[in-house]
Design a binder for this molecule. Structure first.
Ligand code: ARG
Length: 470
């Protein structure tokens, strides 16, 4: 029996029922649905719309439904069109007539808007925690690798020497921004749509501020038409998730390159690699590849909901039911990817010698050699040309700048003295770059101190309730 069967004389076509139904996926937020209903009837009682006894019976019934779903004595089947109808029908079956009062002063339009907000809000909290774990891991790796030298690249060509701590720090910055985006979204979306009715509010004397407070919102939303048709927070969240995936994907791409036989900068742990069915020697970075691959799927969800929303007149339209499957999939995908990535990173080993040798062999200290001349009065443009000639000489001899004899240096420019070798040593090149944000020892110490304080701060996202627990 449908909740809205009264004005119909015919049964819904079976295909229509299935096409219209959302219960196969909106059952994911049964907890949020029940939580919202409990807040709703608690408010109805306070306002004298329900008696204390009625409220008590409904709350007990709803809690029973929740418990039974959890211990699997109640199975959510496909007989009802959505989770809202399922819970209400079940409540009526359990407690009888009083159950029919649950939906007083409410529509499924404000109900679904609330459920989805509650669900997304819970997910934001979880993702915030997962990102924090990843940031902690990065912080540890950075602290242990402030003097692990490696080439920094531009155009994927060796450019200047950096440290592993510095390279990882770039990702720390990205994930820190990602976290702050989640916090912003949480703060902006944290207003309660419940009590907006189908679109125009209701004549019952609902206390919307009270339900909002019961559900930990910062207040009620202020336009009932917007309340039932706003999905901006989903779009914002999918955009933030797409950015997280883009960051993870770039990192994965680097790990895949670093893990090749040609680079050998890192070795993935056996537990995070897979083999080949035909080539016995293979150890493949499938996890990194899958994370990179799943990025497309999350972008897809964002584009899908943006497209779904673009032509919708106010207020609620059934098109909006399409907000769920892809959003759930994207949130689950991102949570899985952050957790797996963190595991892969924490078990991976870094071949420090190979990294340092690679930095030395690619003329990454050429800029420092030019700076050496500049410090001795040679104009930079001339110094650039001189070092270019020296690099050519090295390529012809098959050696690095560190290995080129002083006589060769002097042949091209008499300004060079024996202290050139110290000036272009890997240590000097990386450790002396101490502008704010550079890989130098002092600069990195200051950054690590700031990151440590950031990670210790409990109130970073104080808009995210429960953040103190992380
Ligand atoms: N399953 C619907 C959705 O996800 C719930 C709201 C239904 N409202 C309605 N008027 N048909 O959007």
């Amino acid at each position: 029996m449908k909740l809205w069967g009264g004005r119909f004389t015919k049964e819904t076509d079976a295909l229509v029922h299935n096409f219209n139904a959302s219960i196969s996926f909106d059952q994911k937020f049964y907890q949020q649905d029940i939580k919202g209903s409990i807040a709703h009837v608690t408010m109805l009682e306070k306002q004298g719309i329900l008696t204390a006894k009625e409220c008590e019976d409904i709350v007990a019934g709803l809690e029973g439904i929740r418990k039974d779903i959890e211990n699997q004595t109640l199975v959510i089947d496909g007989s009802q069109e959505d989770i809202h109808s399922f819970v209400e029908a079940n409540l009526i079956a359990r407690i009888g007539e009083t159950g029919k009062k649950l939906h007083t002063g409410r529509s499924r339009n404000d109900q679904v808007a609330l459920d989805m907000k509650l669900y997304v809000r819970d997910e934001l909290v979880e993702m915030n925690h997962l990102l924090k774990t990843l940031l902690n891991e990065l912080y540890q790796l950075m602290s242990n690798n402030t003097d692990t030298f490696m080439p920094g690249f531009t155009h994927l060509q060796k450019a200047q020497p950096v440290t592993l701590a510095h390279h990882l720090g770039a990702y720390f910055e990205m994930f820190q921004r990602d976290r702050s985006r989640l916090c912003d979204i949480y703060a902006r979306m944290n207003y309660c749509p419940l009590g907006s009715g189908a679109l125009a509010g209701t004549t019952y004397p609902l206390d919307r501020a009270y339900t909002a407070a019961l559900l930990d919102f910062d207040g009620p939303t202020l336009n009932s038409m917007d309340s039932v048709s706003d999905r901006d927070y989903i779009i914002e969240m999918l955009s933030a998730l797409s950015t997280i995936m883009m960051h993870l994907s770039r990192f994965c791409e680097e790990i895949i390159i670093w893990n090749t036989n040609e680079y050998r900068f890192v070795e993935l742990d056996d537990a995070y690699s897979t083999g080949s069915s035909i080539m016995p020697q293979k150890k493949n970075p499938d996890i990194a590849e899958l994370i990179r691959g799943k990025t497309g799927r999350v972008y897809g969800a964002l584009v899908s909901i943006l497209t779904t929303m673009k032509g919708l007149p106010l207020a609620y339209n059934k098109d909006m039911q399409e907000d769920k499957e892809l959003t759930f999939d994207a949130m689950d995908t991102v949570k899985g990817c952050i957790a797996l990535f963190t595991g892969m990173l924490s078990t991976m080993s870094f071949n420090k010698e190979v990294m340092e040798a690679s930095a030395k062999n690619g003329f990454t200290n050429a800029t420092d050699a030019a700076d050496y001349l500049v410090n001795r009065g040679v104009p930079f443009r001339d110094a650039h040309g001189i070092i270019g000639q020296l690099v050519l000489a090295c390529i012809e001899r098959g050696c690095s700048l560190d290995e080129l004899p002083l006589a060769e240096y002097k042949k091209i420019c008499p300004v060079f003295e024996a202290d050139i070798y110290d000036a272009i040593s890997m240590k000097t090149c990386a450790e002396k770059r101490n502008t704010i944000g550079a890989p130098g020892t002092e600069a990195m110490e200051a950054v690590l101190k700031a990151y440590g304080e950031y990670l210790d701060a409990m109130n970073l996202c104080d808009t995210i309730k429960g953040n103190g627990k992380d």
